[in-house]
Write a protein that binds this ligand. Structure first.
Ligand SMILES: [Zn+2]
Length: 95
């Protein structure tokens, strides 16, 4: 059984706002051009380097039409801080 980090509603809103601030149309899929079906998933994902020594937290932006998924570094975008994702955070949930 694993654990996952669940973004709070304000953190999801922060991610959406951040996408918009980068000049990306946050309502339109850049792949299929579907409008109005984009969403930030509430679960953070980890992407590890080969060998697993470096781990980065990502938030996922998905298109509900074509299932295209885009991954953004949750730390460098400041959607979460290192303190937010500390192992004792209450946002860590059991799978
Ligand atoms: Zn799409």
């Amino acid at each position: 059984m694993g654990k996952y980090y669940e973004l709070t509603k304000p953190q999801v809103e922060k991610a959406n706002k951040w996408i918009g601030e980068k000049g990306i149309n946050r309502h339109k899929c850049p792949l299929c051009n579907f409008h109005g079906g984009m969403a930030v998933l509430s679960r953070l994902v980890e992407i590890k380097s080969l060998g697993g020594t470096l781990v980065y937290p990502y938030f996922v932006w998905i298109c509900t039409n074509c299932s295209h998924q885009m991954f953004f570094n949750a730390l460098s975008s400041e959607v979460v801080t290192k303190e937010d994702i500390h192992k004792n955070s209450p946002n860590w949930k059991d799978e």
